[in-house]
Design a protein around this ligand. Structure first.
Ligand code: TXA
Ligand code: MG
Length: 332
């Protein structure tokens, strides 16, 4: 383990406080993971790899620890966090479990599915993490390091994606190091996230519905549950939380479904096209999903001001890729 050289003072917009933490970078050895989990137990914030994207975790039962996540990300406090657990028993202590949830869990957990369930009155989850709602989003991740940190910390972890609010999610430790050093207590420097897109979110409240497209296809979940998941409403008011329309935004502007490229544009290609970066030359959507956020980070580093993206088929995980690209292209 070594201490990061980065000492980036955050800008002064957040209540005029300059955060300048010493961010510890951990490797994935047993000893480092034990030390990293001590940070969590002490009420600190820790970025760690999951199979979808890197998460920024803190003890979900502590308002103070959770407040640090919102502060580090600059995240609006009305936007609730996903609560990560290592077992269904751990979830049953604060959320109302159902046979429907069990069917989904049997098929998709551990893995890239998040379920929104009713909150139990005796829940000890921070109300800040839930943005005051009486519902809670839960996920059991599959990644061995995420599981290890959850077990060692022995508490549910609130963990949004480990990126400043509204910007591109982190799929590599280096993305987190460059964007959040100085703002969080620790980062586990693992490998790149295998999937590269966030979990699919379903609501199992009154009418089962899909809230966010993601790694698992909505059609597959509908099949397993034996019902048709209701589709998300466009630009839903944030009082029904979920997705902000502008999100995942790189610094440059984005033009979608571009078949011809203008002279002043950088081309993010898909398929057999001549491009600056290519999501998948062989039109493999899984490969494209894994590359998407990393390439958006790279375009930022290249200083790309105008980005033209090739059309991506609206099928399989392409549905989630297009969802992210539409939000990245939305007016800011
Ligand atoms: O793959 C993932 O889900 C990653 C990894 C780290 O697990 N996490 C992630 O968290 O993407 P975040 O905070 O970036 O996105 C969580 C989404 C937000 O859009 C939030 O509004 C929604 O989940 N959400 C959380 N609690 C909710 C609730 N009770 N009802 C509806 N939506 C909720
Ligand atoms: Mg996010």
């Amino acid at each position: 383990m070594h201490t990061s050289d980065f000492k980036i003072a955050s800008n002064r917009t957040q209540r005029h406080r300059v955060i300048n933490l010493q961010t510890k970078i951990f490797n994935t050895s047993e000893q480092d993971l034990v030390e990293a989990s001590e940070l969590i137990k002490g009420g600190g914030t820790l970025a760690f790899p999951t199979e979808t994207v890197y998460g920024l975790g803190a003890d979900a039962t502590s308002n103070i620890a959770v407040a640090k996540i919102y502060q580090a990300k600059g995240r609006p406090s009305f936007n609730p966090l996903i609560i990560h657990c290592f077992s269904i028993d751990q979830i049953k202590a604060f959320a109302l479990w159902s046979s429907e949830a069990q069917v989904a869990a049997d098929k998709f957990w551990p893995g890239p599915l998040t379920m929104v369930l009713p909150l139990l009155p005796e829940s000890n989850i921070s109300s800040l993490a839930l943005a005051g709602l009486q519902t809670v989003a839960v996920r059991i991740p599959e990644h061995p390091i995420a599981q290890k940190i959850l077990k060692l910390s022995n508490t549910p972890l609130a963990a949004p994606s480990a990126n400043p609010s509204g910007t591109v999610s982190a799929t590599k430790a280096e993305h987190v190091i460059s964007r959040l050093s100085g703002k969080i207590e620790g980062i586990i420097s693992g490998k790149a996230s295998k999937i590269g897109l966030e979990s699919t979110i379903i609501s199992l409240l009154n009418e089962a519905s899909i809230l966010r497209y993601g790694a698992i296809e909505a059609a597959e979940i509908s099949d397993v549950l034996g019902i048709n998941l209701k589709k998300p409403e466009q630009d839903e008011k944030i009082s029904a939380p979920g997705q902000l329309s502008s999100h995942y935004a790189p610094r440059g502007s984005i033009r979608l479904n571009s078949k011809t490229i203008k002279e002043n544009e950088v081309h993010l290609g898909f398929g057999e096209v001549d491009s600056d970066l290519n999501l998948s030359k062989t039109e493999n959507l899984i490969e494209a999903a894994a590359n998407l956020f990393d390439f958006l980070h790279k375009l930022d580093e290249m200083g790309a001001e105008k980005i033209a993206v090739s059309p991506i088929p609206e099928e399989g995980i392409g549905i989630a890729i297009n969802d992210r690209l539409r939000r990245a292209a939305a007016p800011r």
